[in-house]
Design a protein around this ligand. Sequence first.
Ligand SMILES: *Cc1c(COP(=O)(O)O)cnc(C)c1O
Length: 227
Amino acid sequence: MPTIKDHLINIRASVDAALAKAERNNENITLLLASKGQSVEKIEAAIKAGVDTFGENYLQEALKKMQALSDKKIIWHFIGTIQRNKTRKIAEHFDWVQTVSDVLIAERLDQQRPRDMPPLNICIEVNVNQEKSKSGCRIEEVPALAREISIRPFLKLRGLMCIPEMTENFTLQCQSFKTLRKIFESQKKLYPSMDTLSMGMSHDFEAAILEGATMIRIGRAVFGDRN
Ligand SMILES: *Cc1c(COP(=O)(O)O)cnc(C)c1O
């Protein structure tokens, strides 16, 4: 059976191949492991294999893991749907929140971020395929939301993220990612703190890298099926 370390070696090789194909040879991709539904032991194995960035979707599950792994140096990203009554704990315990899609949540995170911590890193989640009943803000809402986040002292606007429509079609995958990249490039001109284009999961990270992803979020391809 391949180990987590074996899976990581494969992913890193595929990332390098995609970067070469995109003629982005000197660039780095941040590998975030989406660890929802995965055990602390699996996270420890990934840390041993050199990963320091993890994403969690559910607050209670995340807090338990943070406690169990408190002796490790981990950069924690919140990548799940944000419920309004959970913002305080998210602001207190995470380094990044990638799923901000409205002003109210941004305001709460800013007000609740502990004053002795560095600003909370924020990505705006964008519903790139304009799907009904899908999280993320509408494309036309991005400029106003970016402005709001950029003026908040305890938030730092880092970039954009998306979870496109599920498809195995490479051309369609690329189209969704290109949409996010265009928005990213126009906003980045206004906000120099924006350096992160978080897109690509186990099934579509190669297309995302071709279209300019700077961070990919991988779960199953490294950890196997979730509990
Ligand atoms: C679960 C999850 C991932 C990883 O998905 P896989 O298909 O397991 O690679 C990435 N991003 C978000 C927001 C997720 O919730």
